[in-house]
Design a protein around this ligand. Structure first.
Ligand SMILES: *Cc1c(COP(=O)(O)O)cnc(C)c1O
Length: 389
């Protein structure tokens, strides 16, 4: 049996999405910026896709900019605000558990003279609104806090954060890559100025990002070139990708409620059974509002990589830490951020469920995983020390 439980890293493209994209790799190949019929046909498809997404988000089509990844959208938002509002101030507030696309962009800006405050989070990964208020100063130009965390699934009180930012007239950006297609996402109602999403996290194509830019929000240029996307993001538009992203988002929101309920129940079942079968484990962020399909489990006295490889041998795909940090040997900043000791952070596995996962698959994992943990612990010196104590 093959079981893919790494849907927070990426998802399988929906067949309907692939079908919708195919014509734009074939017959309809004009450059949407061209004035002739070939170009106009592409342009029409692109603008229809933009309208579809705008309607879903409840925003104007002119407020949406297509990019080539969630990472690029995050960069465009953060660097764009940093440049445009430089004269007003140099202070940025973010959380200590952001995705590297946000975290490392902030770190990079620190080298350019910007000051960044990294808000702490509690054991569930939630930021403290009082700490946020206290961190704001005259020089603060941007607050960027993610909607839902990719490693532990914690959902931040984004509307309350937005309210604080709006009151102080500070631009508010949120990385909503993990929440798009899963949670309510209405930037205007929620007080969000800048919002990032990425197609491949909701069964759309990889290499397709989007940035919502509330009208009136100034952004300095990050990429220079031609006049595409109203001069906000130069580069020939990826028409198949854009069509694919719109089709994927439409499909995801159409079944959002039922699917979230199904995934939450499946995830809860998995966690309850696992707690019964395996001793000395911790389910991370269990006390917070969480993404429906995300389960972060710390297996004490073990290395995540050895669990990952043993599961892989059984056809089960999971991630240790986050996909982006799994090739680094450092413990995840998210897990350290919620207060897990370094030695335990290394033994953490993320199971991220998606729409193709079934109860049979979860039962298969529940059958294969406990003996793996038992076997690995038998040869773990840390486990040996623990048992002897
Ligand atoms: C995957 C992810 C990103 C990066 O998106 P890409 O399109 O892969 O660049 C950013 N933020 C979060 C929370 C993510 O999960």
């Amino acid at each position: 049996m093959k079981v893919y439980l790494d849907n927070n890293a990426t998802t399988k493209v929906d067949e309907k999405v692939l079908e919708a994209m195919l014509p734009y790799f074939g017959e309809v190949y004009g450059n949407p910026s061209s004035m002739h019929g070939f170009g106009q046909e592409s342009n029409k498809a692109m603008e229809e896709a933009r309208k579809t997404i705008a309607d879903i988000l409840g925003v104007e089509a002119s407020e949406l900019v297509f990019t080539a990844s969630g990472t690029e959208s995050d960069n465009m938002a953060i660097r764009g605000v940093a440049r445009a509002y430089k004269r007003r101030g140099n202070h940025i507030i973010t959380s200590c558990i952001e995705h590297p696309a946000v975290r490392n962009t902030c770190k990079d800006l620190e080298k350019e003279g910007y000051e960044v405050t990294y808000l702490s989070v509690d054991e569930n990964g939630l930021v403290d609104l009082e700490e946020l208020k206290a961190a704001i100063k005259r020089e603060t130009i941007l607050i960027t806090v993610m909607h839902a965390n990719n490693e532990i699934g914690t959902i931040q009180p984004i509307e309350e954060i937005a309210k604080i930012a709006n009151e102080k007239k500070i631009v508010f950006h949120t990385d909503a890559v993990q929440s798009a297609g899963k949670l309510k996402l209405k930037p205007k109602e929620m007080g969000i100025d800048l919002l990032t999403i990425s197609g491949h996290k909701f069964y759309g194509p990889k290499g397709m990002g989007l940035l919502y830019i509330k009208q009136g929000t100034r952004l300095g240029k990050v990429i220079t070139g031609g006049g595409q996307e109203r001069k906000r993001r130069p580069g020939t538009s990826d028409v198949p990708g854009i069509v694919g992203m719109a089709t994927a988002l439409k499909a995801a929101v159409a079944h959002q409620e039922e699917e979230c309920k199904r995934l939450s129940e499946l995830r809860d079942y998995f966690e309850e059974e696992l707690l019964k079968k395996v001793p000395e484990i911790v389910i991370n962020a269990k006390g917070a509002p969480r993404l429906p399909g995300t389960s972060s489990v710390t297996f004490k006295y073990l290395e995540g990589e050895s669990i990952l490889l043993s599961l892989n041998y059984k056809g089960i795909a999971v991630s240790s830490g986050s996909a982006c940090s799994s090739d680094e040997l450092q413990a995840s900043h998210v897990l350290l951020g919620i207060g897990i000791p370094v030695e335990f952070a290394h033994g953490t596995i993320r199971f991220s469920l998606g729409k193709y996962n079934t109860k049979e698959e979860i039962d298969y994992v529940l059958a294969e995983l406990p003996p793996i943990i038992e076997r690995l612990r038998m040869i773990s010196p840390l486990w040996g020390e623990f048992v002897n104590k």
